[in-house]
Each structure stands twice: as structure tokens, then as C-alpha cells.
Design a protein around this ligand. Structure first.
Ligand SMILES: [Zn+2]
Length: 376
């Protein structure tokens, strides 16, 4: 296929699902425009305020009115700041899976101390977490962030249930993360896929404490516990440059050099594994979202893409750190990089269970409110 890049954003044919219209604009830009209209309508109808008052009303059931997952990155830091500004009483939950940068830890400390927010740190069993991460590396699949993203969400639901809190707020948002090429990621909520990959490639026979949220857990959290996951940033004005300026001025908060760079693993995955093994430069997705949300120009994005994806010194120190932490040699890491690629769908998935559940629900006319899947 000839090289083609979208005329509006900077996504290109490194995603196999990309298509272009007669003006050369990609399907992701067009989908973004449609979705954006929905969010604008919701903003105009003051959905933000109605969420805030609903969340506040739930406070009588618990000391806290919401759980906020915080990583030390911009999105979740800004969310915590906004929540406090709006009069919420959140419990900040940090999911510690061993890959935090010092900067991330410092940012979290500065924010929670100055905002007077209680912090609950959920520390994962490192041996189990390592085993799942290495299983993904060996499986040949593209989305090596699933062990982190899946267990992070599972930990938030567990914590919400533990503290009897009905609302979970996460930093996920449309204006800085709304575009993600479909061939670069897989459904983060598919516990069947995660467990099958671990069963085939992991060394630990049974995961005792690795946080997993399967369809039964989801049914329980959504329909019995009535816990709701709200992407609050979608209903507020969120401009990245303004947010980082305010956080830097008020809290001495420091920006990470790359998006999601609060984790050394994520930085290594995005800046080395994805480009070198899969030919993917994830900056294209992040920059394209910022173009579509009007926060940067296409020229600025193209100039940023001319910069090296990884600073060579940082790459060497990160590689050494990752290998040492995993307990693998240079040779082993190089071998993993040469394995043939596989699709997530090459392993078991939860699709059949979801289809069966929907068929039963429709046959017995069960309420449509009963859900087992959720937008992550
Ligand atoms: Zn585009």
C-alpha cells in the first residue's frame, strides 16, 4: 500500500483500520467530529453540574462521595483539582504496580497534601503482575498495557465497594485521548482474554490477588452495587496547556516528557516496543486528538513527529531498568522483540459470553439497564 497520511490529522496507514474520504480526511477525524457534537450538547445542557450534584448527594452513604484514580499524569491530576474545586470529597486512589517514575510520586504527594485529599494506595503483588506482563510480551499481542489498564480499573471497583462509594472518576477523556486507532489496542475489559494469555504464557499457575474484573464481577458492581464510572473531564472545559500551567503554578506539579510517561514501563512500551516491534508511533494518536480538539495545529504536530521518539540516554537507562525489574537478560528482551505478532482474538475472548447474555436478556425481556460491559 502507498504511504498515506490524513490531510487533517497525522494518522497514517500504520493503522490497518484507517480509511480516507474524498478530501483525504480519515475515519477517526470524521468520527471525532460526530462525537464532539454530542459532548458539546451535553456541555450546553450542564451535564457536569448535574453529575456533581448527584455525586454530592451520594455522600451520606460514605465518608467520601467518589473515588478518583490518580497516576500523577496531567489528566488525573487535573480531574482531582477540578473535583475539589467543585466541592466534592474524593478519596484519591493510586494504583501502584511498581513502575512509577519519581516525578509521578512527587506530583501525587504535592496534590493530595495541598488539596487535603485522603490517599489510598493499592499496591499490586509484584510477582503476579510481572508474570502477567511477561505473558503478554511472549504472546505477541500489541496491547501490552492491558495488564495495567485492566487491573487498574478492577482495583478502583474493589476500592469503591470497600469504601461504599457509588462513583468512580477517572482521567480518561475525549479531548486528549478521543482518538485511538483500532488496530493498536484491544478491549481493556476482556478478562477472558487476559486470563487465557496468562494461562498459556505465564509461569504462576493461579493468580491469587491480581485484580481482575470479569463479567460476573461487572454485573455485580454495575447492577447490585450500582457503582458508576464517570468520565467527568468530558463535561468540563479541558485545555491541556491551561491545566498544566495552573497545576505547575499552584502545586509545583511537573509535566512528564511523554504522554502517560508517569510509568517507566509505559514510556518504554510506547517509545521502544511499539515503534520497533509493531511499527506504531503512538504520538500520532495523541497529537491527532489534540489537532481535532483545536489544541495544536497540524504543523506543530508534524514538527513534533520529527523529534526522536526516545532520547537515546533515557532509552538505555529505561531498558536496563525494565530488564532488571523483570529479571530478564538483554538477549531475552531481544528475543521477545523478534517473536511473530499475534492478534488478541487468537486467544479466548469474552465475546461469546456477551452474545449469550444479550440473547438471554432479550428472550426474557430483562431490563436494558442490566449491563455487563462498560466503556473503559
Ligand atoms: Zn485524521
Amino acid at each position: 500500500m502507498n504511504y498515506t497520511c490524513c490531510t487533517h490529522c497525522v494518522l497514517d496507514v500504520s493503522d490497518s483500520f484507517i480509511t480516507f474520504d474524498d478530501k483525504g480526511v480519515c475515519n477517526y477525524c470524521n468520527e471525532y467530529r460526530k462525537k464532539e457534537k454530542e459532548f458539546i450538547r451535553e456541555k450546553e445542557s450542564k451535564v457536569y453540574d448535574s453529575f456533581i450534584s448527584r455525586i454530592k448527594k451520594s455522600r451520606k452513604q460514605s465518608e467520601y462521595d467518589c473515588i478518583i484514580g490518580i497516576s500523577g499524569g496531567l489528566d488525573s491530576s487535573w480531574l482531582l483539582y477540578l473535583a475539589k474545586q467543585s466541592g466534592l470529597n474524593p478519596l484519591a486512589v493510586h494504583y501502584d504496580c511498581g513502575w512509577n517514575t519519581e516525578n509521578a510520586v512527587n506530583n501525587i504527594e504535592k496534590l493530595v497534601n495541598q488539596l487535603k485529599v485522603d490517599l489510598y494506595t493499592y499496591v499490586v503483588n509484584w510477582e503476579e503482575f510481572r508474570d502477567v506482563q511477561l505473558a503478554y510480551l511472549k504472546a505477541g499481542v500489541v496491547d501490552l498495557e492491558i495488564p495495567t489498564d485492566h487491573s487498574f480499573m478492577a482495583s478502583l471497583y474493589k476500592t469503591a465497594a470497600k469504601f461504599k462509594v457509588k462513583y468512580i472518576l477517572t482521567g480518561h477523556n475525549f479531548v486528549t485521548e478521543g482518538i485511538m486507532p483500532r488496530s493498536w489496542v484491544y478491549n481493556k475489559g476482556d478478562a477472558v482474554n487476559l486470563m487465557d494469555i496468562h494461562r498459556r504464557f505465564g509461569k504462576i499457575k493461579r493468580l491469587e490477588s491480581f485484580p481482575v474484573i470479569n463479567l460476573i464481577n461487572k454485573f455485580y458492581y454495575y447492577n447490585v452495587k450500582r457503582i458508576e464510572n464517570v468520565h467527568l473531564l468530558n463535561y468540563a472545559d479541558y485545555v491541556k496547556s491551561t491545566a498544566s500551567k495552573i497545576l505547575a503554578e499552584q502545586f509545583d506539579w511537573k509535566q512528564h516528557p511523554v504522554k502517560h510517561g508517569e510509568s517507566i514501563w509505559t514510556r518504554f512500551y510506547q517509545c521502544y516496543i511499539l515503534p520497533a516491534r509493531f511499527g506504531i508511533d503512538k504520538r500520532r494518536a495523541h497529537l491527532s486528538t489534540l489537532i481535532c480538539s483545536g489544541q495544536i495545529t497540524r504543523e506543530e504536530a508534524l514538527n513534533e513527529l520529527l523529534m526522536p521518539v526516545y532520547d537515546p540516554h533515557l532509552f538505555h537507562s529505561d531498558k536496563e531498568f525494565v530488564q532488571k525489574k523483570f529479571g530478564i537478560t538483554d538477549h531475552e528482551m531481544d528475543q521477545y522483540m523478534l517473536l511473530s505478532n499475534a492478534k488478541h482474538e487468537d486467544y479466548k475472548t469474552d465475546l461469546i459470553i456477551k452474545q449469550a447474555y444479550n440473547a438471554i436478556r432479550n428472550t426474557f425481556s430483562l431490563t436494558k439497564d442490566l449491563k455487563i460491559s462498560h466503556r473503559y
